[in-house]
Design a protein around this ligand. Structure first.
Ligand code: PLP
Length: 287
């Protein structure tokens, strides 16, 4: 059993075939016509696989894209991760091949692309002392038809992430065209006011993160209120603390946003530790 190292070639399966590559007619490549999931594999077992599968299914319904059976994806994921202790698995589903033009052809077979990557080596201090953030200038696009799902069009995040190269800045926060906060380029945002949580609603833009969903459930179980609402820059400045969630990173407390410093000790640290553990602990095997 090994841990994927950066020096090792990433593995892939395209429609079940190793290292096949993509045809130039693929609609995912041409139009971003598809969906993806990125999940953590620990000890060869998936973390939060049912949540990732459910988000994929939601995306499939929204895009009118018939997904491959979940059992097939699980079987291929199991094959790809065999013998690997820890890694990041990316599952991409495209609408398959098409001709020139946007119109989806009824009955086209979806294409599945599974790739395996090393787990990023985030500094331990980011979890203990918190991360530093910046505000991105690139606005997040509003589109209720695409909000919440993890579709392949991620140019908002690509442009926002290209805004900085300082490795000391862990993440950038993005706002919609109306100035309301959406989240990070690759994370969901939570605010703590000392007694309750809030997180930006994802009904106009943003991704309904799997760890965000887990956070809402754990908060509800513990009787901690967590509103999904419009979050303004003033709300950010007034918050007692902030944290970010993502299925590969887990939970990052925030110590600084631009020049504004937050006291990480003011955050509900037990809640954060429990959420991080739940997000990054493998459960079950591939079904
Ligand atoms: C824009 C954006 N928001 C939120 C998330 C977090 O989603 P999850 O918790 O499922 O990793 C991601 C993950 O990549 C993302 O790209």
């Amino acid at each position: 059993v090994t841990t994927l190292s950066n020096s090792r070639l990433n593995r892939s399966l395209v429609d079940g075939e190793p290292d096949l590559g993509l045809p130039i007619t693929d609609r995912g490549l041409n139009y971003g016509d598809g969906l993806f999931e990125t999940l953590l594999v620990r000890g060869g077992r998936p973390c939060q696989w049912p949540r990732h599968r459910r988000r994929l299914e939601l995306g499939g319904r929204r895009l009118g894209l018939v997904l491959p059976p979940a059992e097939l994806l699980a079987e291929e994921a199991s094959l790809l991760t065999r013998g690997i202790a820890d890694g990041v698995l990316k599952i991409l589903i495209t609408r398959g091949d098409g001709g020139r033009g946007y119109r989806p052809m009824p009955g086209a077979a979806p294409r599945r692309v599974l790739t395996l990557h090393p787990v990023p080596d985030y500094p331990a201090g980011w979890y203990r002392e918190g991360v530093a953030l910046r505000r991105c200038a690139t606005p997040a696009t509003h589109n209720p038809a695409l909000a919440g799902i993890k579709h392949l069009n991620r140019l908002d995040s690509v442009l926002a992430r290209a805004e900085w190269d300082d490795p000391a800045i862990a993440e950038g926060l993005m706002s919609g065209p109306d100035g309301a906060l959406i989240g990070g380029t690759m994370t969901n945002l939570f605010l703590w006011d000392g007694s309750r949580l809030s997180t930006p609603a994802v009904d106009c833009c943003g991704i309904a993160g799997t760890v965000r969903e887990l956070a809402l459930e754990i908060a509800s179980d513990l009787g901690i209120s967590c509103a999904q609402e419009r979050v303004s820059p003033t709300d950010l400045a007034r918050a007692r603390g902030l944290f970010l969630t993502n299925s590969v990173a887990g939970v990052w407390p925030v110590r600084q946003l631009e020049d504004h410093r937050y006291d990480v000790a003011q955050l509900p640290l037990d809640f954060i530790a429990g959420l991080h553990r739940a997000a990054c602990t493998p459960e079950g095997t591939w079904p």
